[in-house]
Every structure is written in C-alpha cells, then in structure tokens.
Write a new protein. Structure first.
Lengths: 775, 284
C-alpha cells in the first residue's frame, strides 16, 4: 500500500514567472498541462475559473492561455483519468503556470467516480467529434487481440466499417478516400495492413485520436467526409519505460525515456506480425516458402529549447511483405516524417510550424523463367504548414494559418530486366495544393458560443505533363504539352465553416453547424475493400475537385453529474463532382485514365444517437445511426439515383466494459447493421458456352444483414508501482455468425445446369490471447 | 500484363488461404432473393478466316435460379455487308442459329452486320485484324501450388507467337478438349509486349474429370479487334462458368454487363477474327 500514498500525494508543480507585460485590467494565465508521471502534454485538459464560471482547454500541444480580469482566483485543472488539481492564484501580473496532473491509480477510481467529469461535450462548439485515447480502447475486444484505434472508431455513430474485420471506414455515407487520416500532421495514404485486417496505427505509440465527421473547423481541409487526427506519444521525459505485448500473430515493444530529464524525450515503438512462422503448420511444403508479414516502426523525439520553443521530430515506417519463393514479391507501405517547431510569441500567441513528408508506394516483382520485371507505383508529398492560435481573452480565440503541399503522383512504372515484357512508364503527375484559413471562436453570451471561419484552398495541376481531350469513344481529340512548373489547370474556392452552441441549461445544449469542403486528390479502386494497388489520382482539367456541403444539428445532454453523456445529431450533405468509372475501365498503367471516368453527384443524410456511460465499474456506449447515401451519375444506372455501396439504413453497436475487481475486467460488444447495397445478377445468359450473369440495376440488392458479438476479458497478473503484467483474452464473433464477406455467383457444383450463390464467410469464431507488460 | 496479373491473383489466393487457415473462413451455398428480369436478347456473331460457316446465335436470357437452358430466337433476318461491297444473307440452320457459308473472312476487311428480330434492329461493325501465327505450343508440369485440389495435376501450357510491332494487337486463346469447348475467355493485349516474341502462359488443371492425361487439346490463337477484346475482358468478371475470370463476386466494386459493340442494348458481341491453331497431348 506504500505506493498509494505516493500516488495520492499532490503533484502540483507550478512554475511561476512574473512577466513584465502589464495590461490595464486583464492578466493572462498560460502554460502547459502535462502528465506528472511521464511529462506528456495533455490534450484538451480543462482549465476552469470557478469565480467567473468560465474556462478553457489545453490545445493539441498541451498549451493553454486564459486572459481574465486581475484578481484572486481558484483555478482548477482536470483531465479524464487524472486527479483534479487546483491552484490558488493572485493574478496581479501575467503568469506562466505549467501544471502536472497525476493519473488515477486503480485504487483511486472509486473516489473518482464521485468526481465531476468534464462537460466539454455540452459546452464546446464541436459537433460530430469524438476523441479516443488508447487507454479507453484497451478493454474493447478485438480480432486477434490487436487493440486498434480504427476498429474502435467504427463503433461510433456515423462511422461504419468497410467489411468484416476491415480497418477501412466510411463516414456519414462518404467514400473511403474522403477521410483525411493524419499521423502527427502527416497524411497517411493507406491506413491498412494485410488488405485491411489491421490498421497501421500501433496503439502503443498513440497518444490521442480525434475524429471529426464533416463539420470540420477551418484549420482542417482537403477531404470532404471526415478528419481523423492521430497524435503519437512523446515518450516520458522523467524515466525510462518499456512496454509491449506478445500475441498469437504479432508482438509489440516500445521504449521511451528522457533525452535530457524534463527537457526532452524519445519514443521507439515497433510491431511485427509473424503469421508466416505458422505457415509450415498448414502442412503444405510450397507454402513454407511464402512470406507474409508486416511491421510498423514509430519514432519520435522532442526537445524543449526554452519555455517558449520546442522541437519535435516524428516518423513512421511500415511495410507489408508478401512473397512466394523467388518468383513473386509484393510489398507496400507508408513512410511519414514530421519536423515541428512550437513557438510562443507571447503568452497569448502560440504557433506551430511543420515540415512534413509522406510517401506511399507498392512494388510487385516477378521472376519467371522467361520474364523478370518489377512494377512500382505510389504517391509522395512534401508539405509545409504553419498555424497560429491567438488567445485574445477568455471569450475570444483566433486561429489562422497556411498549408502547402507539393504532390507527386507515380501512377506506374514497369521495369523489365529482359524477357518478353517491355519496360513501360506512365508519366508522373505533379500538383501544388495551397490553403489559408482564419477562424474565430467566441462566447457571445454565457449561453451562446460561436466558431466561424473561412478557408480558401486552391489546386494547381503542374507540368511537366499534358492535357488531353477525348470524344465519346475515348479517342484523343486534342493534346497540349506543358513544361516543368507550368500550370496546366487550377481550381480553388472558399470553404466557409460555422458552428454554434446554445446552452439550454447546465447539462444540455443545442448545436448547429455548416461546413463546405474541397477535395483535390481522389482514390480509384476496383474493389469494395481497400487494396494496396489502389490508384491516387489528382485533379486535372477533366477531373474536377470534389466538393461537399454539410449541415448538421444536434442536441447534447448529460445526466447524473456527467456520468452519462448523450447526443442526437442529424446531418445532410451533398457532394459534387463524385468519381466513378466506365464499365471495364483499366485503372492500372493507363496513361489516359481520365478518359474512362464518369462524374456525378451524391447526397447523404441521417440521424445519429449516442449514449455513453463515462465512469463507474460499468462503462460503455451505445450508438445507432439511421441513414441514407445515394449517388446520381448520368452514365450509370440510366441516370437514375442509386444507393451508394456503403449505404446502410441501420447501424447499431453496443459496447460494455465491466471492472469486476482489481484483477478482472470483462468486456463485450455487439454490432448489427443492414447489409451493404450491392449489385447482384437478375438473370443469366450464354455466350460461347459460358454462362454470364445479367445485371439490370446498380446496387439494387442488399448483402445479408450483419451482426456479431465479441467478448473479452483482461486479467492483471501482477501490478506494482512501476510495472504491470496482464493477459487479454478475446473471442471475436462469439456465436460464430457466418457473415457474408462476399457472395459470388457460379456454376453449381452439384448440378452443372444450375447456378448458385456462394457465400464466403471470412471469420468464424476467432479466439485469441495476448500477454501485455510494462515496466 | 496478363501474366503479371494472373500471378498476382495466384499469390493473392495464397494469402486468402493463409487467412482462411487462421480464420476458419468457409464457403457455402446460400439462397439469395433475386428479381426476375425481362428476357434480354443475346446475339453472338462471328466471322472467321478458318473456312467454316459464319455463324450468328440468338438467344434470350433466363432467371438466375432456372436451369441454364436459354430460349432460342427464331425467325430473325441477318445480313452482313463487307467493305468490299458484298452483301450476305444468313439462313436459319437450326432454331436460333443462323449461318452463311459464302463469306470467306479476310484480314483488313470491315464487316457490318444487321439483325432484325421481334421488330427491332441491331447493328454492329467489326474489322478482321491481321493474323498472329501460333508458332509453338509446349506443356510442362507446374510446380505444386497450394491452391489446387489434391488429386489434380496442374500444367503450364505455353503459346509462343510473334507480336506485330507498332500495331495494337489483341487476341483470345480458345481451347477445346476432344471437341468440347473449355469455358473462360483467355485474352491477350500487347500493352507491354509490343513487337516481342511472346511466351503466353496458361494454367491447365488436369485429372479433374474435364481434362485427363492423354487427352488432345486444340488451342486457337484468335486475332481479334479491340471491341471484341473489350467484350471478353469485361465478360471475364461476370463469368459464372469460371475459367480465367475470377467470377462475379460482390467484392468487385460494380459488376456490370460486358461492353458490347451491338446497338440497341443487345448483349453479346460481333467479332471478325483471324485464327491460327495447333494441338497438343496432355502428358507428363
């Protein structure tokens, strides 16, 4: 019990500087909020001034600033899972106060139950926004024991999974490529491993994730459906720590520690699967020469140069490797790198400037007796970004900034080393994407808060390259060539963003928002699930930017001292310049791919219900979405509107976590959704002895409804002050439901005159066990 | 290109198998409620330089869950005009099959066809391309693959032929075993093999009841035009008979009827092709 005292001991270490700036009536209290055990900044911690009944939250770097009239105050600092701290202060001058909060221990959580949880969800202007910290998701049961931030996101209203066990997701009826996925500000172009069964985000390296479903504030842009903003951990600047896990098919290990105590830290986190080790067990010799694995490596370092300057360097490297003897190799992966500089111009003006690199590519190599060649394709970005946050006073905050990308698209290159295949290169495409924004968050009255802003974005399709026009039979009718740095075409537009919160009373609010978004790069895929060889396509003279307008309204209500939070949100969005392709379009190694695309519009609307129990021995949430998503293309379905593939009328999930005692925690989730819209044959016919399926309507059928129960349990084996060991058990698909992954239509195996619909169910009941440790 | 894709698919199949090993994935036949579509007209018309009669088969589609027996369309009027000013009338040979024995297909000639049936006119045009000659056929036993049935053999059948440089060449490879047509549309294009001496590989599964050791396989290299190539290529993804296509599955983003060169929404195709053929005996 000795360590309990240590934990309970207040860990308030305010470092107070009296600054020389004295304003007439107001003074500014500013600083960083960090975790006392590791020195990690806490994002969205609450800072509350009881006397004024107002407060603020820390930003994405843990910085806060509040400007209030001079006087004596009690300031309280709180954050989920941490002990609340209070600071008595006589604010005569502007004060810098860095605050460390101590995490709750298990023993303390009974006390915390009675504490007051943040009512940020009620009072902020954020709509359709959810935050997840990995701690919360560790208890949620998952397939093969890999806690996964993307799969937990899929349990939220408005977010639906792209397929059984798949980490791809759709937000509010949008497409997969309409989600902007950021890892430490760098775009992650392909967030999945092994055809989507795992995401690239190793939860050991993740500090925080925020999902915004379409009502983005002005600082975000570039995709029309959602933003998923993921921040990597900084690593402890207090002491060295190790944690990891050993699972059935993968293992993880992270090391973190100070570079210079309290000034800088690093984090190295790695993960590798070893499914291929088990291949020989399949009993087939030929399989034992196969390769099948992926790895992730997250690296991060930061250093505090002074109280107002801090540098961060972070990187991600991940790759999937698939191979068969020496004959075939297939590998793909992302690399991202971010160099960031936080600078405080004053206690009111915070800035961050980043230089970012992002790359996704794949390579296929084939060696056979008569051929030897390698195919490569990908996309590469260099990206500069600077953001300012100006904390004018406690009622007014401003943000402004600029972002620029230089995109390089590598559609495909075949390099032949002889044999009967020729080398072939589809020329690269280049583009510059620029955006600037301004936004103002203001408390108009005690009850009414506004956040409005404007973003202007533009896309320059750059040379070297060519612009072609095509007739209806896809023959080139004109061709203009452009030199390096020539602008072939450009597009741009204003993206207004607006959201407002009206407090009905202390525990409930009404919110409304509008957002317009432009998207300049697009993903073409021949499959409904993500594949590594999907092609990213820029906006060109033929492909116009995708544009979406979304309005949403919501009612937010908390109960029982914020023990429960709930919300109902409705939304409507329309989408312009949506992209699909002609029947039989050749997406790979096609220089004239644009000639095979067709364009149309889409719209989606829905209502989302969410109820969450935040604390107590039993926690969990329930979400239900009723929605519709349709597309209309002149060249598809005879111009009639049809359901988008991801259209699901009902999507329901319930997740429960029960802490039975100090040692055991149990969890379960159940998911039910309407089957996806799908194109099935309505008949068949014969051509040259082959039975072909006859199609009459795009997406006119439904896959069977999907439902699944997962259960899990975590047993703590040993827990001391500095270390912990636990076992996590999970059962995916506990009642062995045969959910259809695909339905194919083929000749009957029993009667060659008949044709059958054949269901492939990918996952039966999947048990797993993982051993986790930290010290 | 075709070869590259094929190998990629084979190896993706390995991945799926590995996953199935871990995940106990399983396949079963289920009943899906499918609508009954109005019977659609299907016209398959070919002209060749092989000296056999030119043939047009007209059928109608049927419901998915009915037996694969397709109503023949009788009493149609079929006329072909060529670019050399000749006109040919077809006669109904058996119910729904129309033939003409006078046309002698020639590379470089453009053929226009008109079919009149049930008060609708369907038109299509096809030019017979110059012939690529099938030079050699070889057969070798394939290395054991994990995705085969245990008691079957797998062979690599290789076709060697010269691609014509500077011309967009398209071909279909059609096979017969003891006179029976094998299902599937194996196709070739010279996107990455222009002007090369081509080694085209096909995988043959033998000892499975359809093809046995000792059988004689007839292989046709059909030089086809782009429209026919587009038809076969897009038909592969909706081919319920299997063969070289992956079959219509709900994972492909949007299965659709194959691209046709017929006017007025007829299914099928019209192709004038030049053919070169050889035979080979299946043996170790």
């Amino acid at each position: 019990m000795g360590f309990m005292k240590n934990k309970i001991k207040l860990f308030l270490l305010p470092i107070i500087f009296a600054t020389t700036i004295i304003t007439a009536q107001n003074s500014t209290l500013s600083g960083f909020v960090t975790d006392a055990e590791t020195g990690e900044e806490l994002i969205s911690a609450n800072i509350f001034v009881a006397k004024l009944g107002s407060g603020t939250t820390s930003n994405e770097y843990g910085f806060y600033s509040i400007t209030i009239p001079k006087g004596k105050y009690t300031i309280s600092y709180s954050y989920i899972g941490f002990k609340k701290e209070t600071l008595e202060i006589d604010l005569e001058y502007s004060v810098n106060s860095n605050v460390e909060l101590t995490p709750n221990s298990y023993e303390m959580s009974e006390v915390v139950v009675k504490g007051k949880k943040s009512d940020h969800n009620i009072k902020s202007t954020e709509m359709g926004t959810t935050k997840i910290v990995p701690k919360e998701l560790q208890a949620v049961p998952v397939i093969l024991g890999e806690a996964d931030i993307l799969k937990t996101m899929q349990l939220l209203p408005g977010v639906s999974q792209a397929g059984d066990g798949n980490s791809g997701f759709f937000v509010r009826g949008g497409n997969v490529d309409q989600n902007l996925i950021l890892l430490d500000e760098a775009t992650v172009y392909n967030p999945s491993h092994l055809f989507g069964f795992f995401s690239v985000f190793n939860s050991d390296a993740i500090k925080n994730a925020k999902m915004i479903k379409g009502s983005m504030p002005a600082e975000y842009g570039g995709r029309i459906s959602s933003v998923l903003d993921i921040k990597m951990k900084e690593g402890s600047n207090k002491d060295f720590r190790f944690n990891g896990g050993i699972g059935l098919i993968s293992s993880r290990l992270s090391v973190e520690g100070p570079i210079v105590k309290d000034k800088g830290s690093f984090l190295i986190s790695g993960r590798r699967t070893y499914a291929d080790i088990f291949i020989p067990l399949a009993g087939d010799e030929t399989l034992s020469n196969s390769k099948l694995y992926f790895y992730d490596l997250n690296l991060k370092a930061n250093y505090k140069i002074s109280n107002s300057d801090r540098l961060f360097l972070s990187g991600y490297f991940g790759r999937d490797v698939l191979g068969y003897e020496d004959q075939f190799g297939f590998d793909w992966g992302n690399i991202t790198g971010t160099l960031r500089w936080n600078h405080l111009f004053s206690e009111k003006l915070f800035s961050n400037t980043s230089l970012i690199f992002s790359d996704y590519n794949y390579a296929v190599s084939i060696v056979d007796d008569d051929i030897e060649f390698k195919v490569t394709s990908g996309i590469r970005d260099v990206n500069f970004k600077t953001d300012f946050q100006y904390f004018y006073n406690s009622e007014n905050r401003f943000r402004f900034g600029f972002i620029g990308f230089y995109h390089t698209f590598l559609p495909g290159d075949i390099e032949s080393n002889g044999g009967t295949i020729n080398s072939y290169t589809v020329p690269n495409k280049y583009g510059v994407e620029l955006a600037a924004y301004f936004s103002h968050e203001t408390d108009l009255t005690n009850r009414l808060k506004l956040n409005y802003g404007l973003r202007y974005s533009t896309y320059l399709n750059m040379g070297p390259g060519s612009a072609k026009t095509y007739d209806k039979d896809n023959f080139v009718t004109s061709n203009s060539e452009y030199e390096s740095w020539d602008v072939i075409t450009n597009y741009g537009g204003f993206e207004p963003r607006f959201s407002a919160t009206f407090l009905l009373n202390e525990t409930s609010s009404l919110k409304g928002s509008f957002a317009r978004n432009y998207q300049y790069i697009h993903l073409l895929s021949t499959s409904t699930t993500s594949t590594p060889i999907d092609v990213w396509l820029p906006t060109t003279d033929i492909v116009k930017p995708e544009i979406a307008n979304q309005v949403s309204l919501g009612y937010f209500k908390n109960f029982a001292n914020n023990e429960y939070e709930s919300s109902i949100e409705i939304y409507y969005k329309d989408m312009e310049n949506q992209i699909d392709y002609e029947n039989g379009a050749d997406l790979y190694f096609n220089e004239q791919i644009e000639s095979q695309l067709v364009f149309g519009t889409g719209y989606a609307y829905g209502i989302e219900f969410y109820l969450k129990k935040n604390f107590g021995n039993f926690t969990g949430w329930l979400s239900y979405t009723l929605s519709k998503s349709e597309r209309e293309f002149p060249d598809i379905n005879d111009g009639n509107p049809y359901s988008a593939r991801q259209d699901r009328n009902h999507d329901f999930s319930i997740t429960g976590i029960y802490r039975f005692n100090k040692w055991w925690t149990f969890s379960a989730n159940w998911i039910y959704y309407t089957g996806d819209a799908v194109t099935f044959p309505s008949g068949k016919y014969i051509v040259d002895g082959n039975t072909l399926s006859l199609y009459t309507e795009r997406n006119g059928y439904r896959m069977p409804n999907y439902h699944r129960l997962d259960v899990g349990a975590t047993m703590i084996l040993k827990k001391t002050e500095s270390s912990e060991m636990s076992l996590t058990f999970s059962l995916y698909n506990a009642y062995n439901r045969k959910n259809a992954y695909t339905i194919s239509f083929e000749k009957s195996k029993t009667n060659s005159l008949n044709t059958d619909a054949v269901r492939l169910a990918l996952f039966g009941i999947v048990p797993s066990i993982t051993f986790n440790f930290s010290f | 290109m075709n070869k590259y894709k094929k190998m990629a698919y084979n190896n993706l199949a390995i991945t799926v198998i590995v996953f199935q090993f871990f995940t106990f994935g399983c396949k079963d036949v289920i009943i899906v409620e499918l609508n009954s579509a109005n019977p659609a007209i299907v016209i398959e018309a070919t002209i060749s330089d092989n000296g056999l009669p030119s043939r047009v088969a007209i059928t109608k589609s049927t419901d998915f869950y009915k037996p694969s027996l397709y109503p023949a369309v009788s009493g149609a009027k079929v006329i072909v005009d060529d670019s050399e000013g000749n006109s040919f009338l077809f006669t109904e040979f058996t119910e729904g099959i129309y033939e003409n024995t006078i046309i002698k297909g020639k590379p470089g000639v453009e053929y226009s066809i008109e079919v009149l049936t049930e008060e609708k006119i369907y038109n299509a045009v096809s030019t017979m391309p110059s012939k690529m000659v099938l030079d050699t056929l070889t057969l070798e036993e394939a290395p054991k693959r994990p995705n085969r049935d245990d008691n079957s053999y797998q062979f690599f059948l290789r076709l060697f032929f010269q691609d014509q440089k500077g011309i967009d060449n398209y071909a279909r490879i059609r096979m017969y075993n003891k006179g029976f047509l094998l299902s599937g549309f194996n196709i070739y294009e010279d996107k990455v093999t222009d002007g090369n001496y081509v080694n085209y590989r096909l995988i043959i599964n033998a000892n499975n009841g359809f093809i046995n050791i000792g059988d004689t396989l007839t292989v046709e290299l059909m030089s086809i035009d782009k429209a026919a190539f587009e038809f076969y290529k897009t038909a592969n993804s909706v081919n319920a008979s299997g063969g070289s296509g992956r079959g219509p599955s709900s994972t492909s983003a949007a299965p659709a009827n194959p691209v046709t060169n017929w006017s007025n929404k007829a299914l099928g195709y019209f192709s004038a092709y030049a053919v070169s053929q050889k035979t080979i005996i299946i043996s170790y």
